[in-house]
Structures are given as structure tokens and as C-alpha cells.
Design a binder for this molecule. Structure first.
Ligand code: KG4
Ligand code: ZN
Length: 340
């Protein structure tokens, strides 16, 4: 079964054709990074206008790269939320128009659900598993017992991990989004040079907090200048990244230990981070669990990831009507009602 998936929740317009929930026939991503970088963050109004300009060509490109026509598409999947209202609406309107014109089943997918199923595009994974989703908007730990069967274990109390990376990048004068740049600079520094705080590390919960860490970096930089291309800058990036990674690993360790689940999926844009990838690998090896982290193209926002849960929903007749609307705020736990 070929599904066409559309993702437009933030600043990437993406369309993909996914066969049988795992085979990616195409995955086109039009990034708006360069447009928003001038403003130091995503400007919602500009994002939705840009989605509108590119959504049709992106969908056409996805069909053409997959070498399929609309005639062989059997269902439409779209990110329903959470995300920016104007951005979500562009993808949803496109998806609804296609579903209506072709009389195809339409299914709205939760953005985070897409993220943690991205690993299924490259690996066969059995349930249950623990999912750590770390992106620009989310830092969540879930227990996943099946499609639509999710339990939130913990989440950030303030900034998301990606947001902390981007804010620290801004503090040290890097362009938005700075996560990947910090990663690059960190590879040249000493992670033990500055002891930044590890928020909520031993509070006994699975929750996170990154805003205090960001403030600690800001205060450090005020007292200790970090010129561009300096050892001091590399050390700061490495030390900040080490603090974030340690908290992410230790909270995940607690979730794995307490649930006894031996499979771990790490997903979302921050899962591209080389420090996180290597510290999660060491942790998985140490405790003897299976670890799945998608290739970087499936970590950041993309439409192919939606194809995995969408395939399950469409096959089981769990679809949405044309009344489907954007859900800017949407708890993943509420999806349980979908599966009976
Ligand atoms: O999943 P994603 O593409 O979009 C959201 O749903 O938010 O994640 C984007 C986030 C940004 O905050 C970006 O700075 C961060 O992922 N990111 C990274 C790296 N690559 C992307 N953070 C740290 N290291 C990286 N290599
Ligand atoms: Zn995302």
C-alpha cells in the first residue's frame, strides 16, 4: 500500500511516498532554515506563507521521485499537530484536498508519534520500547506498547533540549538553528573543562529542565568571553553538550531500569547530535539493551516518518474525515482513544 504523507508543522515542508509503512519511495524536504535564520528563530507568519508557496511543488516532487502517480496512492497522512497553527493548516489543507479529490482515506498523525516511529523505516523493532524524543519543541520520555498505545513517563518542565541548544548558540553568536553548529564546535573541545549544572538529575522523576542550564551558560559567558574560533568556545560547547547528554542518558537509564524494557528509540532533531548518539550507544552497550537512532535525515522533521503509524491506521480503518483540524497543542496520551 502506497501512502502519501505531508508534514508542515514548523519550518520544513515535506512530502513522502511510503510503501507498506516501511519502504521510503521518496522523502522531499524543503527547509526554511535560511529564511528564519536572519530573525534568530522561526517567524510563524513567514513560515506559513512559505509552506503555501512550496507545498504543491514538494508533493509533486515526492510523487515524481517515487515514480508513482496519484492513481497508485491509497491513502493520505498528514501531521495534525502539535505545531504552529498556520503551518499545520497548509499541510492539512493540501492533504484534505487530495483526499477529497481522489476519495482516499485521510489520517492525521501526531508529530511526535511520527518522530519515534522514524526508526521503523530502517529497522524491525518489536514492542514495547522506551522512546526519548528530543527536538526543538519536545523533550519527552514515553513507553510505547504499540501504535496508538503511548504513555508519557516524563517531559521537560521548561525549554526543550533543542531549544536549549539553539538558545545557547544564540548566546555565543551562532546563527539559528545552532544545535548542529554547537555539535561541530564541541567535537574540538574538552567536555570536562566547565562543570555546568545537570538540572533535575537526581530528583527521582523522568522530567527534564534546561532553562537553568542555559542561564548558567549565559552567566559564564558574561564573566568569561569566548571569542570565535577559540579553544574557550570549543570547551564551552563541549561542556554544555556533555551536561545535556548526561541528563538525557541518566533519565533514560532510570526509565529503562524501572520498566525493565530492553529496547530504546531515540528520535527528533537532537538525536542527530554526535555526543548524544555516542553516549546513548555506550549506555545501551553497558546495560545490554537494543538501541535505535534513525539516520540524521529521519531525525529532523520529515514526512516519511508519518508513513509508519499511518500505514497501521489506514489498514485498520482508523481514519479521519474531512473535518480533521489542526491541533496546535495535543497530548500524545489522548491518542489511546483511537485504538479500541
Ligand atoms: O525534530 P526537529 O527537526 O524539529 C522539531 O520538531 O523541533 O528538531 C530541530 C532541533 C533544533 O533545535 C536543532 O538545533 C536541533 O534539533 N538539532 C541539533 C542537531 N541537529 C539538529 N541539536 C544538537 N545537535 C545536532 N547535531
Ligand atoms: Zn519535529
Amino acid at each position: 500500500m502506497n501512502l502519501l504523507a505531508i508534514e508542515s508543522s514548523c519550518d520544513e515542508t515535506s512530502a513522502a511516498v511510503v510503501q507498506d509503512g516501511t519502504r521510503v519511495l521518496s522523502n522531499i524536504i524543503a527547509s526554511q532554515e535560511a529564511i528564519h535564520s536572519v530573525y534568530g528563530g522561526v517567524v510563524p507568519e513567514i513560515a506559513s506563507r512559505r509552506h503555501l508557496e512550496v507545498v504543491l511543488p514538494v508533493v509533486e516532487e515526492a510523487l515524481s521521485r517515487a515514480a508513482v502517480s496519484l492513481d497508485s496512492i491509497e491513502g493520505i497522512a498528514v501531521t495534525q499537530g502539535p505545531g504552529l497553527a498556520g503551518s499545520l493548516l497548509v499541510g492539512i489543507s493540501m492533504a484534505k484536498a487530495l483526499a477529497y479529490a481522489r476519495n482516499l482515506p485521510l489520517v492525521g498523525i501526531h508529530h511526535i508519534e511520527g518522530h519515534f516511529f522514524a526508526s521503523f523505516l530502517e529497522h524491525r523493532i518489536t514492542f514495547p520500547f522506551i522512546a526519548l524524543v528530543v527536538s526543538g519543541g519536545h523533550t519527552h520520555l514515553y513507553r510505547v506498547d504499540g501504535v496508538g498505545r503511548y504513555t508519557t513517563l516524563g517531559q521537560t518542565r521548561d525549554d526543550a533540549a533543542g531549544e536549549a541548544f539553539d538558545k545557547v548558540a544564540k548566546i555565543i553568536g551562532l546563527p539559528y538553528p545552532g544545535g548542529a553548529l554547537i555539535d561541530k564546535l564541541a567535537s574540538r573541545g574538552n567536555p570536562d573543562s566547565i562543570r555546568f549544572p545537570r538540572p533535575l538529575l537526581h530528583d527521582g522523576s523522568y522530567n527534564f529542565s534546561f532553562s537553568g542550564l542555559k542561564t548558567a551558560v549565559m552567566q559564564f559567558v558574561r564573566k568569561n568571553p569566548v571569542p570565535a574560533e577559540s579553544e574557550a568556545l570549543y570547551d564551552l560547547c563541549a561542556s554544555f553538550q556533555a551536561a545535556v547528554c548526561e541528563v538525557l542518558v541518566e533519565k533514560t537509564r532510570a526509565a529503562v531500569r524501572d520498566t525493565g524494557i530492553e529496547r530504546l528509540v531515540v528520535a527528533g532533531g537532537v538525536a542527530c547530535n554526535s555526543g548524544l548518539r555516542s553516549s546513548m550507544s555506550s549506555f545501551a552497550r553497558e546495560v545490554g539493551i537494543e538501541l535505535y537512532i534513525p539516520s540524521p535525515v529521519f531525525c529532523t522533521d520529515n514526512a516519511a516518518m508519518l508513513g509508519v503509524p499511518a500505514d497501521f491506521y489506514v489498514r485498520n480503518g482508523i481514519c479521519d474525515g474531512l473535518g480533521l483540524d489542526a491541533r496546535t497543542v495535543w497530548s500524545l496520551d489522548s491518542l489511546a482513544g483511537r485504538i479500541r
